[in-house]
Design a protein around this ligand. Structure first.
Ligand SMILES: C[S@@+](CC[C@H](N)C(=O)[O-])C[C@H]1O[C@@H](n2cnc3c(N)ncnc32)[C@H](O)[C@@H]1O
Length: 187
């Protein structure tokens, strides 16, 4: 069976992240991916979960509390500033996920932006373990979405193929700008 976008994103992450690792949810929103990652790394692992807006931070903290998760740092800051939360130069990240776009049922003017997304990708790539993945779920039907999609695609298509595998996965016969996945694997 062909996997849907969100299932496939989780499948990729689950297959590449090990227990006890530190991983990143770059856009925690309602905390769905944060909770998923928290389960994947287990109680001795750690999730750094970023979002810039109050609603997302509140929703994510609530979801984690309801599920008794204690292995997550919820950080109200842009993922563009991620470097500040990385403890040492030798530090390794097990994997990362981004959901680009806006928080469903919330303020649609607060959206991810191409340049900050690229800055965050570049920082994570420096610390990503070998064979680790950055998975981006690219929603692009909203205002500004097309622009971000083009900026991010242009950037990842230029990543050195000797250092990274870059995959695009999506359904090409769906209407209304269906989301797709970009997955970057460090070789
Ligand atoms: C599509 S939603 C994420 C959905 C989330 N993964 C979930 O499971 O609910 C995108 C989120 O990115 C956040 N965001 C926008 N710009 C950001 C930035 N520069 N840094 C971190 N988060 C950002 C938005 O506030 C929004 O909550």
């Amino acid at each position: 069976m062909l996997q849907g976008i969100l299932h496939y994103a989780h499948y990729l992450l689950e297959g590449s992240i090990d227990k006890n690792e530190t991983v990143i949810d770059a856009t925690c929103g309602n905390g769905n991916d944060t909770l998923f990652l928290s389960n994947v790394v287990g109680k001795n692992g750690h999730v750094l979960a970023f979002d810039i807006q109050d609603d997302a931070i509140i929703a994510t903290k609530q979801k984690l509390e309801e599920n008794n998760r204690t292995n997550v740092s919820v950080i109200q800051d842009s993922h563009a500033n991620l470097q500040a939360y990385i403890p040492t130069n030798e530090f390794l990240i097990g994997g990362a996920v981004f959901n680009l776009g806006y928080l469903p049922k919330s303020d649609k003017s607060i959206v991810t932006k191409g340049q900050s997304t690229i800055n965050a990708i570049n920082t994570i790539l420096q610390y990503l373990k070998t064979s680790g993945l950055i998975v981006l779920v690219v929603y692009h039907g909203h205002e500004g979405g097309e622009e971000e999609k083009e900026i991010v695609l242009k950037h990842v298509m230029k990543l050195n193929q000797r250092k990274y595998h870059v995959l695009r996965y999506g359904f090409i016969n769906q209407r209304n700008n269906p989301p797709f996945i970009i997955a970057i694997q460090k070789r």
